[in-house]
Write a protein of this length. Structure first.
Ligand code: HEM
Length: 446
């Protein structure tokens, strides 16, 4: 695991240096056993790939087969008609106000009854808390309640993660390992022989699917919730498809929000002036409970989140595979079967895109000179992807992140145990190596 983290961090460094040096903001990488790979940090190319010529840049088999055994035919891992049917159905549900209100109720319960007591306890006892682990467990409870209508009770630090969470972690990790094999034939052979990480992957996937199948069986006896699974079952989706769909939602929504909030909380510990402004905003809108409409506001907190994700995006890069030969707007030639990767992490750090102070954490860059929120092209800031396949949970993610940041910052302050810059590890979802260990104080107390 340490070696994998190191390998990924080195790859990240290599890509950023290459793309910064390239005047086109695009590089072509040749790697033995892998398709010719184009890595771009050019917003015009990103727009072309994700929107203008969307049909020519599906995820493609080389990508979908990595996650295929885990995600099956779920929305996250399919192209073409199988994708567009699920996308239409899910977009319809995501636009329902009832789902948004359900999400806020889930957050209220999880924050009031689990997150805040853990932080109060840590503040009382002066112990050290790994906020990354706390937020990760919080994220898993939340996405399970929203997607499955089921509470795994993961946010209980006195116990190891429950079997579903552990199996989910294992299945994601072993699927990601396929992508790091020197040539795909290696993991394919291990799969045929059912040995090593491929055997572990099969076991983990069996556990996840078994759990979800069981939840579907009992839910079908009595559909009773505002959760996504109930909604999909009510629309008549078949059992296997609905299972794959909700597993995709768990996968997409599980660690992304916790990664974003972890990095923001860390950044704020060295930018106390910005933290105070965020707290002021929270206190000005917080009249008792936080409702959906309060959460739609909070522009400064949102700017802090965007600025943190610009520097530390939860999804670091994302790849498509060309269906046919093509030419990108900057003149780069693409051949059928080439991998085309847009590079969120690199884009967030480019002087040409963000100016000389690009390495500074400065939420004010998200406002214009009159203090109004700036419109920033999603192709310059594609942390949620963009175009027809833009992240379906984007709005939900902001609601969740603002809820957590507002609830936590208005009550507590954090002091990192380590003073040095943490290491950013770009796995399927990026994380902080070694966790984010902090001492917790009630806000305003010395
Ligand atoms: C800060 C939080 C989040 C970030 C940065 C993020 C980012 C992304 C990105 C980059 C993609 C494209 C990935 C790819 O195609 O390979 C994506 C897709 C997706 N996300 Fe998110 N996401 C976040 C939170 C969520 C949440 C909370 C949910 C669910 C409730 C969610 C649901 C989805 C789904 C279903 C897709 C697939 C959409 C499709 O293929 O049509 N995301 N997200």
């Amino acid at each position: 695991m340490i070696n994998l983290s190191l390998l990924l961090s080195v790859t990240l460094g290599f890509l950023i240096i290459c793309s910064l040096l390239s005047s086109r903001k695009t590089i072509v990488v040749h790697r033995l056993g892998a398709p010719r790979t184009i890595v771009t940090a050019n917003p015009e190319n990103v727009e072309y790939i994700l929107k203008t010529n969307f049909a020519n840049f599906p995820k493609g088999k080389p990508f979908t087969e990595l996650l295929g055994d885990f995600l099956g035919l779920g929305i996250f891992n399919v192209d073409g008609d199988t994708w567009s049917t699920q996308r239409k159905l899910a977009s319809h549900e995501f636009s329902a106000r009832s789902l948004r209100e359900f999400v806020v109720k889930v957050l209220e319960d999880e924050v009031d009854n689990r997150l805040i007591p853990i932080l109060e306890n840590a503040a009382e006892n002066g112990g050290i808390l790994d906020m990354q682990e706390v937020l990760k467990r919080f994220g898993f409870d939340t996405i399970c309640k929203v997607s499955l209508g089921m509470d795994p009770f993961c946010l209980d630090l006195s116990r190891p993660p429950p079997p579903l969470a552990a199996a989910f972690d294992a299945a994601s990790e072993f699927s990601a390992m396929r992508g790091t094999a020197p040539i795909p034939a290696v993991w394919k052979l291990k799969k045929v022989l059912n040995v090593g990480s491929e055997k572990d992957l099969k076991d983990a996937v069996g556990l996840v699917r078994g759990h979800v199948d069981e939840i579907i069986r009992s839910k079908k006896k009595k559909i009773n919730g505002g959760d996504l699974l109930s909604r999909f079952l009510e629309s008549g989706v078949g059992d296997e498809m609905v299972r794959d769909m909700v597993i995709s939602f768990l996968m997409a929504g599980r660690d992304t929000t916790s990664a974003a909030v972890t990095w923001l909380l860390w950044l704020l510990t060295s930018h106390r002036g910005i933290e105070n402004r965020a707290v002021e905003e929270v206190l000005s809108v917080r009249n008792g409970r936080l409702g959906y409409d309060d959460l739609k506001g909070m522009n400064f907190v949102k700017a802090c989140l965007c600025e943190s994700m610009r520097l530390y995006p939860p999804v670091v890069w994302d790849s498509k595979h060309a269906a046919n030969d093509d030419v990108l707007p900057d003149g780069t030639r693409v051949y059928r079967g080439n991998r085309v990767t847009y590079f969120q992490y690199g884009m967030g750090r480019m002087e040409k895109l963000w100016g000389e102070d690009r390495m500074e954490f400065r939420p004010d860059r998200w406002f214009d000179e009159n203090g109004a929120v700036k419109t920033v092209s999603p192709y310059k800031f594609p942390v949620f992807q963009a175009g027809p396949r833009v992240c379906l949970g984007k709005e939900m993610a902001f609601i969740q992140m603002k809820y957590v940041v507002a609830s936590v910052l208005s009550r507590f302050e954090f002091e990192p145990v380590r003073k040095e810059q943490p290491v950013f590890v770009p796995l399927l979802t990026a994380y902080m190596a070694g966790g984010f260990n902090v001492r917790v104080r009630r806000r305003g107390q010395q």
